[in-house]
Design a protein around this ligand. Structure first.
Ligand code: HEM
Length: 459
């Protein structure tokens, strides 16, 4: 075990298991307690020591040096079991080629078409709601976000009847990943119900994706979707003919895993936070009424929905779905004056950075207006919901568009109210997500034009 004598260790470590208890019981409070101890803090997961970076500048340095701070550590070791060496989890040396091949799928020019598909899926979901209906919001947002990913990835290649299964499999895999981080082999291979469900969902997910890719390769047509872009991708810096089928499978499963839960969690949190802040809610309704006038939101409307976008931005600050990520040090290096030998496990946390009171005034307060003038903007790299550097989220613009259009489309027609006793509980698993959030859907009538606030900078 590495010693790191110069780096403080978080208190309350138990013999053998280290900090597993606070990390499982209340990981967010545990993380928020670490910056008081130092810029780097050592925590222990069983026999493994991990260095948590608590300082924004050191986090930035680690993210920008992705050769030395490479994907690895407990989270990525478990992710690799599911998505192999796809673009999310592959080591640095394989990354640049896979990223170049994946990037065209997210080209700016493709975004308006994706936006159309996104709004269509949200409308389809909200059309099925009835006045007074109580919605299980996280489940509803998972189903909608899953519809959106499959519509933008595969067009209509996934039969409507298969959506429920895919969503359930993604949920099972993502949820079990976090628990599996703490399972020491051979416990992860025992035939427990949890392990069996994880393996079955993983196999089905791969089977579904492999079938669709084989159909696409045989067909050869461009459907304008993410999958067509991946199949057609060619890297000018490489002699090989684009991605192999196995690489496309890993990449598609990566998009499915990385893209569904995170956006669903963002939307559930945004709906929850808006309902808890009636003044924000009223201004949001006024903005969507003035801009959309009852029509579905389109890509062209985005510049005229600044408050809607700020609500999403502030949601991503307060409750970043990706709250904790691990890396492994590949060569002896120094960070913040401390030696980190090759093999050291390191973690960074957007949640921890976003909740530092020296970076954000009243960090626990939901305040979309902190992102607008005259408020001072937070320092560079203090806002990391999509990370930074070469491993920054490839779907950042895609998901900002998705979440903004979805929130606008929902708010244009519905007001969601909390149901007593089911007001939501924030849980930190692989993503930071809400559980037990039930809300009653009330149909809205448009805000009278005279009560629309003038301060939203509408063009
Ligand atoms: C609100 C929604 C989302 C959030 C908050 C989010 C967040 C992140 C973060 C923090 C990372 C970096 C992880 C690390 O440093 O270890 C990441 C990477 C990634 N995300 Fe997202 N993501 C979102 C949506 C999406 C979507 C919709 C897709 C694809 C359709 C996607 C695909 C990816 C991929 C492929 C990577 C790996 C990039 C690389 O290593 O080159 N994400 N995401």
């Amino acid at each position: 075990m590495k010693d790191f004598p110069s780096i403080p260790t978080a208190p309350r470590a138990l013999p053998l298991i280290g900090h597993v208890v606070p990390l499982l019981r209340d990981p967010l409070a545990f993380l928020n307690s670490l910056p008081a101890l130092g810029e780097l803090v050592r925590v222990r997961l069983g026999p493994l020591s991990m260095i948590v970076i608590c300082d924004p500048e050191l986090t930035r340095r680690a993210l920008l040096d992705d050769r030395v701070f490479d994907k690895g550590g407990p989270l990525y070791d478990r992710l690799r079991e599911v998505i192999g060496d796809g673009v999310v989890s592959c080591p640095h040396q394989a990354h640049r080629r896979l990223r170049r091949l994946s990037q065209p799928a997210f080209h700016q020019a493709r975004l308006p078409d994706y936006a159309r598909a996104m709004t269509g899926c949200v409308q389809e979901a909200t059309d099925s709601w009835s006045p007074g209906q109580v919605l299980d919001v996280p489940a509803e947002m998972m189903a909608t976000s899953s519809r959106i990913i499959t519509a933008t990835l595969f067009s209509d290649a996934l039969p409507a009847t298969a959506h429920g299964r895919l969503t359930a499999d993604v949920t099972t895999v993502v949820k079990s990943l976090y628990q599996r981080m703490f399972l020491i082999p051979p416990l992860d291979r025992l035939p427990t119900p949890g392990n069996r469900a994880h393996l079955a969902a993983r196999a089905r997910l791969h089977g579904t994706v492999e079938r669709i890719i084989a159909e696409r390769r045989a067909d050869g047509a461009d459907y304008g979707d993410l999958l067509s872009a991946l199949v057609a991708a060619h890297d000018p810096e490489d002699d090989r003919p684009g991605m192999s089928s196995a690489e496309i499978t890993d990449t598609v499963v990566s998009f499915v895993l990385a893209g569904i839960e995170s956006t669903a969690a963002t939307l559930s949190s945004a709906l929850d936070l808006v309902a808890r802040h009636p003044e924000v809610e009223q201004r949001l309704h006024a903005e969507v009424d003035a801009v959309l006038g009852g029509a579905p939101a389109t890509h062209a409307d985005l510049p005229r929905l600044p408050l809607t976008e700020r609500v999403i931005t502030e949601t991503l600050r307060l409750r970043p779905p990706g709250w904790f990520f691990t890396r492994v040090v590949t060569a002896d290096t120094h960070l913040g004056g401390h030696l980190l030998p090759a093999g050291t496990s390191v973690a960074y946390s957007p949640y921890l950075i976003h909740h530092r009171p020296d970076l954000y005034q009243d960090p626990e307060v939901f305040s979309p207006d902190r992102w607008a003038a005259p408020h001072p903007q937070p320092p560079r790299h203090a806002f990391l919901p999509f990370a930074a550097g070469a491993r920054k989220c490839i779907g950042d613009s895609f998901s900002m568009i998705e979440a903004t259009l979805a929130l606008a489309t929902i708010a244009a027609r519905w007001r969601l109210e909390h149901v007593p006793g089911h007001r939501g509980r924030l849980a930190a698993a692989v993503t930071l997500e809400l559980r037990d959030l039930h809300m009653r859907a009330r149909p809205r009538t448009a805000t009278p034009a005279s009560s629309v606030p003038a301060a939203e900078g509408r063009s």
